[in-house]
Design a protein around this ligand. Sequence first.
Ligand code: PLP
Length: 414
Amino acid sequence: MSKSLVQAPVQTPFVPPARLLMGPGPISCDPRVLRAMSYQLVGQFDPSMTQCMNDTMQLYRSVFATENHWTFMVDSTARGGIEAALVSLLNPGDCVLVPVIGRFGLLLSEIAERCGARVHTIEVPWGEVVQPEQVEQAIAKCNPKLVALVQGDTSTTMCQPLKDIGELCHQKGIMTYCDATASIGGNAFATDDWKISVVSAGLQKCLGGPSGIAPITLNEEAVALINTRRHVEKGIRQGAKLDGAGTRIASNYFDLAMIMDYWSEQRLNHHTEATSMLFAARECARILLEEGIELSVERHKKNGEAMAAGLQAMGLTLYGQQQYRMNNVVGVYIPDGLDGESVRKQLLADFAIEIGTSFGPLHGLIWRIGTMGYNARKDAVLQTLAGLEQVLLLHGVKVHSGEAIRAALDVYNY
Ligand SMILES: Cc1ncc(COP(=O)(O)O)c(C=O)c1O
């Protein structure tokens, strides 16, 4: 390798450009969270560190609206939280039912297949949600051990109602897992009231943090099941046998029994805690709880409505069943014949605003625009609408000039 290639990055620190992230996540991080992440590390078993872990458990019980003792962090992005839940709950051969409303439901089904589970899905057209009767019928057919589903599927921007499905599964003695990564903090979520057994999340959406840690909560039934599969690593065993009688969990890193041992008062060593991410998670929860969950949900709803109203007033069409739209992200059709990527590129280059593309069947068909966490703010919404309007005009799209901002302001003034 030439000398200049080796030296160039060393001489130039990476300073990211200023951006307003208005896609489906990640969004611009709350400066309070960035500050929390800049603190010096402490040792993994330092009393201040274990106190910070316990505090974080307590804070996330409120975030998840649960009394579950086992509410803690999986050190990975949100996908790792999903994987930890499924690999720890599912034995090979177990039956799992996955209602699929988009990409992330498909992800759940693929992860469950990798766990060796027998996977049944309920599939509805993208842009819709699953009804409780469909879940009831599917349960009658396949008698699953677990129903696994996503609350806010950012791929379609739909928010799956959970209360009735949670209640139904509870009555039938079936466990439930929910991926609330994209929705928690910006849409109502009630783990205990909705009787959801296990929930996992991420920071990078309505919680206003970076990705890289996955808060998770487990009810007693799920913990008991996972502990039957408990296996303590040979190198840290002391004294009596501690293993459960069940099949050992196939993943070491995502073994929730071992991670719970680590978060327990025993502090059995597992991985090295991602300390800066823990600081971030703690601050995200503090910010949310200081505002109040209900007010945060209201704020997301108001800003989401203002964005949606602005887009429609411009002359654009929203995607999906609007009564089920997530509060924090809206899908909008790319006008016919327009190069959606060219619009996104110019919005970024000229206005430093990022909006989202989309995946799979929706690729090239819709943009996804987020109003979440730190960016669920009036000024961020108005800037995005103003920038998008100008870029569309420059691309020759006949938008209704000036109407978007007025419509959005009407929502705020209402
Ligand atoms: C609903 C949902 N689940 C899971 C994920 C995966 O999160 P991560 O990229 O942090 O692993 C995302 C990310 O966009 C998401 O929107």
